[in-house]
Design a protein around this ligand. Structure first.
Ligand SMILES: CC(C)(COP(=O)(O)OP(=O)(O)OC[C@H]1O[C@@H](n2cnc3c(N)ncnc32)[C@H](O)[C@@H]1OP(=O)(O)O)[C@@H](O)C(=O)NCCC(=O)NCCS
Length: 207
């Protein structure tokens, strides 16, 4: 049977505001402050979120922005940073991840390269390095960290992942100190920094 697949940019589309906040996660819809502030500052600078609809159901998404407006302390020249990509397991096996990735690359023709993060030995199923590699990113550098509150005895590694699309692309970098503060652009993120932590670091570097 033929599948009905549609990829739609939902940025700034009132009809899909829920998806802009809660994405594909089972968390209740709430226009929480950190996300709202992030969106308000990032959208005018080029933030984008696209969903893949399978038979009219949202089953995959990609979120990205030019480095200056991304959710991580990653920087570089002519660089777009992918905040997140996610395809529900029930829709796996059709290369939807690659499809979403291609849409991002096609939409941001000005970019020389794309970056994101990956995790290794993290207790969550998210941002697995092998998955990011399968999508076409390669590791540039990494740090080994320990979370200060959760799973404190389970150190993990954070990788800076890179995918150049032009020959003269310059490899990106990150601000390690800022990285240790985690991320607050999405509540479902494995490195989310809870409100009560203020601007404190949620991780410490081991090596
Ligand atoms: C990377 C990703 C987008 C690729 O999706 P895809 O194009 O459907 O990939 P495939 O169907 O080729 O599946 C590749 C492998 O990834 C795994 N996978 C697919 N969807 C997954 C998901 N949502 N979570 C974890 N693993 C997943 C599958 O187990 C599959 O391995 P298998 O063939 O051994 O079962 C997808 O794996 C994914 O969404 N992973 C989680 C990404 C993430 O961490 N997002 C952060 C959310 S907070």
């Amino acid at each position: 049977m033929k599948m009905d697949i549609q990829i739609l940019d939902i940025t700034g589309n009132q009809r899909y505001e829920k998806l802009l906040y809660k994405c594909l996660s089972p968390i209740p819809f709430r226009k929480y402050r950190k996300r709202r502030e992030y969106l308000e500052s990032a959208i005018p600078k080029g933030f984008r979120k696209k969903f893949l609809f399978l038979d009219a159901q949202p089953v995959g998404q990609i979120e990205y922005a030019p480095a200056e407006a991304c959710g991580y302390p990653i920087f570089g020249e002519k660089l777009v940073v992918m905040n997140c990509i996610w395809v529900l397991r029930k829709a796996k096996g059709h290369n939807f991840g690659r499809m979403l990735l291609s849409k991002m690359v096609e939409s941001e023709r000005w970019a020389d390269s794309f970056a994101t993060i990956a995790l290794e030995d993290h207790w969550s199923p998210w941002f697995k390095k092998w998955q990011m590699e399968k999508l076409g990113f390669k590791p540039v550098k990494s740090i080994k960290v320990r979370h200060k509150i959760r799973h404190v005895n389970e150190p993990f590694r954070i990788y800076l992942m890179w995918m150049p699309v032009k020959q003269n692309a310059v490899s990106p970098n990150w601000d390690e100190e800022a990285l240790l503060k985690g991320a607050d652009f999405c509540m479902a993120h494995p490195l989310y920094r809870p409100e009560r932590m203020g601007t404190e670091k949620i991780m410490e570097k081991i090596e």
